[in-house]
Design a protein around this ligand. Structure first.
Ligand code: FES
Length: 160
Protein backbone atom coordinates (compact mmCIF):
# COMPACT_ATOMS: atom_id res chain seq x y z
CA UNK A 1 0.00 0.00 0.00
CA UNK A 2 1.43 3.38 -0.89
CA UNK A 3 1.31 6.29 1.42
CA UNK A 4 0.18 9.65 0.38
CA UNK A 5 3.15 11.90 0.21
CA UNK A 6 3.62 15.49 -0.67
CA UNK A 7 4.65 14.31 -4.15
CA UNK A 8 1.08 13.16 -4.82
CA UNK A 9 -0.60 16.33 -3.71
CA UNK A 10 -0.84 18.82 -6.48
CA UNK A 11 -1.70 22.31 -5.64
CA UNK A 12 -4.41 23.69 -7.93
CA UNK A 13 -4.56 27.43 -8.27
CA UNK A 14 -7.92 28.84 -7.05
CA UNK A 15 -8.72 30.26 -10.49
CA UNK A 16 -8.48 26.77 -12.06
CA UNK A 17 -10.89 25.36 -9.43
CA UNK A 18 -13.42 28.07 -10.19
CA UNK A 19 -13.03 27.44 -13.92
CA UNK A 20 -13.54 23.68 -13.44
CA UNK A 21 -16.65 24.24 -11.29
CA UNK A 22 -18.01 26.66 -13.85
CA UNK A 23 -17.30 24.19 -16.65
CA UNK A 24 -18.98 21.33 -14.75
CA UNK A 25 -21.97 23.55 -13.96
CA UNK A 26 -22.38 24.64 -17.57
CA UNK A 27 -21.88 21.08 -18.81
CA UNK A 28 -24.53 19.79 -16.37
CA UNK A 29 -27.02 22.43 -17.47
CA UNK A 30 -26.28 21.72 -21.11
CA UNK A 31 -26.85 18.00 -20.45
CA UNK A 32 -30.17 18.70 -18.76
CA UNK A 33 -31.22 20.98 -21.61
CA UNK A 34 -30.24 18.36 -24.17
CA UNK A 35 -32.13 15.63 -22.28
CA UNK A 36 -35.21 17.86 -22.09
CA UNK A 37 -34.95 18.77 -25.78
CA UNK A 38 -34.87 15.09 -26.72
CA UNK A 39 -37.10 13.75 -23.97
CA UNK A 40 -40.07 16.10 -24.25
CA UNK A 41 -40.90 15.35 -27.91
CA UNK A 42 -40.50 11.64 -27.22
CA UNK A 43 -42.81 11.98 -24.20
CA UNK A 44 -45.40 13.89 -26.29
CA UNK A 45 -45.16 11.32 -29.08
CA UNK A 46 -45.79 8.47 -26.68
CA UNK A 47 -48.34 10.25 -24.49
CA UNK A 48 -50.56 11.67 -27.25
CA UNK A 49 -52.13 8.38 -28.36
CA UNK A 50 -52.77 7.45 -24.75
CA UNK A 51 -54.43 10.80 -24.05
CA UNK A 52 -56.40 10.65 -27.29
CA UNK A 53 -57.57 7.11 -26.57
CA UNK A 54 -58.66 8.12 -23.08
CA UNK A 55 -60.60 11.10 -24.47
CA UNK A 56 -62.07 8.99 -27.27
CA UNK A 57 -63.18 6.22 -24.93
CA UNK A 58 -64.95 8.82 -22.79
CA UNK A 59 -67.26 9.62 -25.73
CA UNK A 60 -70.63 7.95 -25.20
CA UNK A 61 -72.78 9.76 -27.73
CA UNK A 62 -72.38 11.62 -31.01
CA UNK A 63 -75.05 13.92 -32.47
CA UNK A 64 -74.83 14.06 -36.27
CA UNK A 65 -76.55 17.29 -37.19
CA UNK A 66 -78.97 16.96 -40.15
CA UNK A 67 -78.07 13.29 -40.59
CA UNK A 68 -81.75 12.43 -40.08
CA UNK A 69 -82.17 13.75 -43.65
CA UNK A 70 -79.86 11.09 -45.09
CA UNK A 71 -81.65 9.56 -48.11
CA UNK A 72 -82.67 5.90 -47.89
CA UNK A 73 -80.06 3.56 -49.35
CA UNK A 74 -77.10 5.67 -48.29
CA UNK A 75 -74.57 5.90 -45.51
CA UNK A 76 -72.66 8.57 -43.68
CA UNK A 77 -69.15 7.98 -42.35
CA UNK A 78 -68.33 9.70 -39.07
CA UNK A 79 -66.00 9.38 -36.09
CA UNK A 80 -67.22 7.93 -32.82
CA UNK A 81 -64.45 9.13 -30.53
CA UNK A 82 -61.35 8.29 -32.50
CA UNK A 83 -62.87 5.35 -34.36
CA UNK A 84 -64.48 5.48 -37.81
CA UNK A 85 -68.13 4.53 -37.84
CA UNK A 86 -71.04 4.63 -40.28
CA UNK A 87 -74.67 5.55 -40.10
CA UNK A 88 -76.81 3.70 -42.62
CA UNK A 89 -80.33 4.65 -43.68
CA UNK A 90 -81.71 1.49 -45.22
CA UNK A 91 -84.25 1.42 -48.06
CA UNK A 92 -86.81 -0.10 -45.68
CA UNK A 93 -86.50 3.13 -43.68
CA UNK A 94 -84.64 1.50 -40.76
CA UNK A 95 -81.39 2.88 -39.44
CA UNK A 96 -78.17 1.24 -38.29
CA UNK A 97 -74.97 2.65 -36.86
CA UNK A 98 -71.94 0.40 -36.92
CA UNK A 99 -68.25 0.68 -36.23
CA UNK A 100 -66.34 0.88 -39.51
CA UNK A 101 -63.23 -0.92 -38.28
CA UNK A 102 -62.90 -4.38 -39.82
CA UNK A 103 -62.60 -7.06 -37.16
CA UNK A 104 -59.99 -8.90 -39.21
CA UNK A 105 -57.01 -6.55 -39.29
CA UNK A 106 -58.56 -3.16 -38.66
CA UNK A 107 -59.06 -1.66 -42.14
CA UNK A 108 -61.90 0.81 -42.58
CA UNK A 109 -64.92 -0.85 -44.20
CA UNK A 110 -67.41 0.74 -46.61
CA UNK A 111 -71.09 0.38 -47.28
CA UNK A 112 -71.86 -0.82 -50.82
CA UNK A 113 -75.57 -0.08 -51.34
CA UNK A 114 -75.70 -1.66 -54.81
CA UNK A 115 -74.74 -5.03 -53.32
CA UNK A 116 -76.36 -4.52 -49.93
CA UNK A 117 -73.19 -5.32 -48.01
CA UNK A 118 -70.47 -3.66 -46.03
CA UNK A 119 -67.20 -4.50 -47.73
CA UNK A 120 -63.59 -4.44 -46.61
CA UNK A 121 -61.18 -3.73 -49.43
CA UNK A 122 -58.16 -5.15 -47.61
CA UNK A 123 -59.00 -8.88 -47.80
CA UNK A 124 -62.57 -8.96 -49.10
CA UNK A 125 -64.39 -9.40 -45.80
CA UNK A 126 -68.10 -8.62 -45.83
CA UNK A 127 -70.72 -7.78 -43.25
CA UNK A 128 -74.51 -7.52 -43.12
CA UNK A 129 -75.37 -3.79 -43.10
CA UNK A 130 -78.46 -4.30 -40.92
CA UNK A 131 -76.73 -6.22 -38.13
CA UNK A 132 -72.99 -5.81 -38.68
CA UNK A 133 -72.70 -9.62 -38.68
CA UNK A 134 -69.64 -10.94 -40.51
CA UNK A 135 -70.99 -12.92 -43.48
CA UNK A 136 -67.96 -13.78 -45.63
CA UNK A 137 -64.21 -13.56 -45.82
CA UNK A 138 -61.72 -13.51 -42.98
CA UNK A 139 -63.39 -11.22 -40.38
CA UNK A 140 -63.83 -13.26 -37.19
CA UNK A 141 -66.44 -11.10 -35.47
CA UNK A 142 -69.34 -8.73 -36.25
CA UNK A 143 -68.82 -4.98 -36.44
CA UNK A 144 -69.44 -2.94 -33.33
CA UNK A 145 -73.10 -1.81 -33.06
CA UNK A 146 -74.38 1.51 -31.83
CA UNK A 147 -77.85 2.74 -30.93
CA UNK A 148 -79.45 5.29 -33.30
CA UNK A 149 -82.12 7.78 -32.25
CA UNK A 150 -83.51 10.42 -34.59
CA UNK A 151 -84.87 13.81 -33.70
CA UNK A 152 -85.77 16.93 -35.71
CA UNK A 153 -82.19 18.19 -35.77
CA UNK A 154 -79.91 15.18 -35.78
CA UNK A 155 -79.27 11.49 -35.70
CA UNK A 156 -77.92 10.69 -32.26
CA UNK A 157 -75.61 7.68 -32.08
CA UNK A 158 -74.70 6.21 -28.73
CA UNK A 159 -72.97 3.18 -27.30
CA UNK A 160 -75.14 0.05 -27.23
FE1 FES B 1 -60.83 -6.46 -43.42
FE2 FES B 1 -58.81 -8.19 -43.63
S1 FES B 1 -58.81 -6.24 -42.71
S2 FES B 1 -60.85 -8.40 -44.34
Amino acid sequence: MSELTSKHIVAVPPDDLATRRLFLGVASLAGLGYAAAIGYPVYRYLASPIEENAAASAVTEVALRDAQKLPPGSALMFKFGSQPAMLIHHRDNTWTALGAVCTHLGCTVQYVPARGVIHCNCHGGEYDPHTGQNISGPPPRPLKRYVVKLNDEAAVVSRA
